[in-house]
Design a protein around this ligand. Structure first.
Ligand code: ZN
Ligand code: ZN
Length: 566
């Protein structure tokens, strides 16, 4: 990789920065900022000619590489910056406005409520401890290059342990170390930012607004898509086999495909440095029209009720799951393996759907200026493995994919493995988009993404498993699963008063089941205190709480109503 020098002229003089074609402006900012005479910088504007109106705020090009911007060895760039020191009123060359503030001197946002797992990981440095090795030439208290701890984003460690992606928090720590060196304590750059690929339709920087006019400020820069190095969640775990089995049973009994929401929580995952896993405690199946070769989701009136019940138990939606199963016809329980590296892992429409779910479920973080960065929402598909076995596989789409969808730049194409790049119109401006891949010789190959590009460039994969010693939150025989009425005779049990009565008679106090809980609360017979007793009982499995619950007025009326109706 050949190195090159870029020159920057500012009111503080000339600064030379050593860099490479593939370095991003983020790394340049890191070298450049300490050379400026103030650290109270609001934003930096860069131009190639001091009298030009072709300027760009540094914050808008942080993710761009030198080659993206067509810069060459020795190029001279002009730098102007605004400071937030009131005494320094500045004469700024041709720079009209202050752009979005990416560089500021406040620290991480304090008013953002992160998930507990993020707060927990924030407190750790994630350093990977290593034992002393045969190469060590020191005593038991010493340390050398062979045994000193590794950073959580260490490339070699990741490769040696076959970890496909950096974890979110390892990536966050890496970005933090890159942007915010300790000696620069007064200037803080938020280490995370969602890319913005949309044209600013409100820009009127001396021109009529788009599509009548356009300028370098409102026009999105060229986009280079690469496989995302990090993933927001590393692993998906179903807390027991039966959760997934009960879900797949729809296909087994009817041949129809099925969709569900995964309810559970995120926890630390120790197999990956600073990793996160999602633990699924229940699958709730919303109203849907299922078919042999697909399904359509219908309006789900109970969604906020289910979410609020889940919240009482400390769980929430962590993703979606759907089946894509076709019997192999070999009469041995095997299914077709349709998804593999020569076809697709997720179809283009599934990628767009995942992206929309991720956008609707953003990841809250203190470390981006918007308080959000990408998403921890997972897409799990149940399909055939290479041996024809039924297996779950989990994915997320990249933060670039989310931004492409937000800016309306992509749609599906007739080929399931390919994503179609939209054309510009009155509402959207589609910049140059390319995708780059490292070939077997280690060289970067860049290809134009128009009109279509492989969907795999937008995917990251997670690992999946079941626990060795299951300890599910809901460990009772499940009550009838919701919204399966369409199965008709194939599944004779529906959620109603008589099946509920039978369930309670059979289960006694063993009522640790989410489907049961939701149905009982939907009947609105229990008052708030009694509902809280039920939550408490399901959480603690404490017998005296159960005694209190069944002795309550609401529970007794529930039983009376059930007895009368059956
Ligand atoms: Zn050593
Ligand atoms: Zn403009």
């Amino acid at each position: 990789m050949s190195s090159l020098i870029l020159r920057f002229r500012s009111k503080d003089g000339m600064h030379r920065i050593n860099t490479t074609q593939t370095s991003t402006f983020q790394s340049i900012a890191q070298d450049l900022l300490p050379k400026l005479s103030t650290d109270k910088i609001d934003d930096i504007i860069i131009s190639q000619d001091p009298n030009s109106t072709q300027t760009a705020p540094l914050s808008s090009i942080l993710t761009k590489t030198i080659s993206d911007l067509n810069l060459k060895n020795g190029d001279l760039l002009y730098l102007t910056y605004t400071t937030n020191e009131p005494t320094h009123a500045k004469q700024l060359d041709s720079v009209p406005i202050k752009a979005t503030t990416t560089i500021s001197n406040h620290g991480p946002l304090t008013n953002i409520k992160q998930l507990p797992v993020d707060d927990e990981l924030d407190k750790l440095d994630g350093m990977i401890q290593r034992p002393t090795s045969p190469m060590c030439r020191h005593g038991s208290k010493g340390m050398c290059e062979y045994c000193s701890p590794l950073s959580p984003w260490d490339e070699n460690y990741r490769k040696e342990n076959a970890i496909k992606h950096l974890s979110y928090h390892a990536y966050l720590n890496q970005q933090m170390a890159k942007f915010n060196k300790k000696e620069l304590s007064s200037s803080y750059i938020a280490p995370l930012e969602n890319p913005n690929f949309a044209i600013d339709l409100k820009c009127n920087e001396g021109h009529k607004s788009y599509p009548k006019g356009i300028c370098s400020k409102c026009q999105p820069s060229p986009i280079t898509l690469q496989l995302q190095k990090f993933r927001m969640v590393d692993h998906l775990e179903y807390s027991s086999h039966s959760i997934l089995n009960d879900f797949i049973n729809v296909w087994r009994t009817s041949g129809y495909q099925r969709f569900g929401y995964l309810y559970g929580r995120y926890e630390k995952f120790d197999k990956v440095p600073m990793g996160i896993k999602a633990i699924v405690e229940a699958i709730i199946e919303p109203p849907q029209n299922d078919e042999i070769d697909g399904l359509t989701l219908l309006k789900w009136d109970d969604e906020s009720l289910v979410d609020s019940i889940a919240a009482k138990l400390g769980i929430y939606k962590v993703g979606i799951v759907f089946t894509d199963l076709t019997d192999s016809g070999m009469k041995n329980g095997t299914v077709l393996c349709k998804r593999h590296k020569d076809s697709y892992f997720l179809t283009n429409l599934e990628i767009l759907m995942s992206g929309k779910f991720q956008i609707a479920n953003p990841n809250k973080t203190k470390y981006s200026n918007s308080g959000e960065f990408s998403s921890k929402f997972i897409t799990c598909v149940i399909s055939g493995g290479i041996q024809g076995e039924i297996e779950p596989r989990s994915y997320q789409v990249s933060s670039n994919a989310e931004s492409l969808i937000k800016a309306d730049l992509i749609t599906g194409s007739t080929q399931p493995s390919q994503i179609y790049v939209n054309e510009s119109n009155d509402k959207r401006y589609v910049p140059d988009i390319s995708f780059s891949k490292i070939n077997e010789y280690g060289l970067e190959i860049k290809t134009n993404a128009k009109p279509t590009f492989p969907g795999e460039f937008l995917l990251v994969s997670l690992t999946d498993s079941f626990p060795i010693e299951p300890n599910p939150m809901f460990n009772s025989q499940p009550y009838v699963i919701e919204n399966r009425e369409f199965l008709g005779d194939l599944n004779q049990d529906f959620q109603n008063l008589s099946t509920l009565y039978n369930y309670l008679k059979k289960q006694g106090s063993q009522i640790f089941d989410f489907h049961f809980l939701v149905y009982v609360l939907k009947l609105r017979i229990l008052n708030d205190d009694e509902a809280n007793l039920l939550f408490e009982y399901i959480k603690t499995k404490d017998e005296s709480t159960y005694a209190q619950l069944v002795g309550s007025g609401g529970w007794m009326s529930l039983m009376t109503i059930l007895e009368q109706s059956s």
